[in-house]
Ligand binder design. Structure first.
Ligand code: DX5
Ligand code: ZN
Length: 306
């Protein structure tokens, strides 16, 4: 069973006391520290450089997950490696020779990640997938914290997971941007195993970092673990909209319902096999009745940790 890892983005931390903030993240159960490096050119914002990373390394033993949003990135890779980055993630658009940049990161004995903007297709990096450690799927346009999650990237995560399984290759699938307590479950179910989060970790529950990390990594329970019906629909797919008709459902609708039952049964089985975490969500009012009644159903959704 694979653990879901949380990589808090310090972009939402108090910049006047970054060292203390990083300590809090480690105590709160973070798995790594996500550092967003922006140059005011590749993205319209400016953040921090290698000396800051070097100084912050004294405050935590966690791996530094450095997300470089700078262009041209190649000439700065060594500086970030020397400063103490453990994972170096670059955007394919930010280098003239992606292969060379990948090789340089590997030569420096760092983990290599490739990041895909919401509009960048997997194809661009497909041939490198067997030789990299991580793909960072952007679920917002890079540049700022606190933006709204773009739901269509869920399909990209699924596609990536399929490639990973079909080709039996190992790389982490990390998602970055607008992650909250609801969409976190969707991206995990789609195949992500590392979640980046700034706003949710630093601002939710009055800044209770531990609690927020626990909920995001599905260690937490309770209200925050609930998911909306709309989200559930996009998670399992093919759930028919509640019918207002009192008559028998049409053939097409019944086929959809059968598919849904199969999906749920399959996920239950996977969960049993993987001893995965099972979460029950009451989505209410999904009309599965054959004749009159509209049933309030409790669906069991399995978030498998793989
Ligand atoms: C966006 C950054 C993200 C982002 C995360 O360019 O790469 O790491 O700021 O912050 P939230 O969780 O606030 O979207
Ligand atoms: Zn980032």
């Amino acid at each position: 069973m694979k653990k879901i890892k949380i990589s808090p983005s310090i972009l939402s931390a108090d910049f006047s006391q970054l060292g203390t903030e990083i300590k809090k993240l480690e105590e709160g159960g973070a798995d790594m520290i996500h550092v967003d490096v922006m140059d005011g050119h590749f993205v319209p914002n400016l953040t921090i450089g290698p000396p800051v990373i070097k100084a912050l390394k004294n405050y935590s033993t966690l791996p530094f997950d450095v997300h470089l949003m700078i262009s041209p990135v190649h000439k700065y890779i060594k500086d970030y490696a020397d400063a103490g980055a453990d994972i170096i993630t670059i955007h394919p658009e930010a280098t003239d020779n992606l292969e060379e940049s990948i090789n340089l990161i590997k030569k420096l004995n760092k983990k290599i990640g490739l990041s895909l903007n919401p509009d960048t297709p997997i194809n661009i990096i497909k041939k490198f997938l067997p030789s990299i450690d991580l793909v960072l799927i952007m679920s917002v346009y890079p540049g700022f914290g606190g933006q709204k999650f773009i739901p269509r990237v869920i399909d990209k995560i699924k596609e990536l997971k399929n490639i990973k399984e079909k080709q039996s290759i190992k790389f982490d699938i990390e998602v970055d941007g607008g992650i909250d307590f609801d969409n976190s479950k969707l991206v995990i179910a789609a195949g992500a195993n590392i979640l980046v989060s700034g706003t949710t970790i630093f601002k939710n529950n009055k800044g209770d970092i531990k609690k927020n990390i626990d909920i995001l990594s599905i260690k937490g329970t309770g209200k925050a673990g609930r998911i909306s019906k709309g989200d559930l629909m996009s998670l399992v797919g093919n759930i028919p909209q509640p019918s207002t008709r009192k008559s028998t459902h049409g053939l097409e609708e019944r086929v959809k319902m059968t598919r849904l039952r199969v999906t749920i049964a399959k996920r239950l089985k996977e969960a049993q096999n993987n001893a995965a975490m099972i979460t029950t969500f009451n989505v209410g009012c999904v009309d599965l009745s054959s004749k009159r009644a509209s049933l309030i159903l409790s669906w069991i959704v399995i978030i498998s940790r793989y």
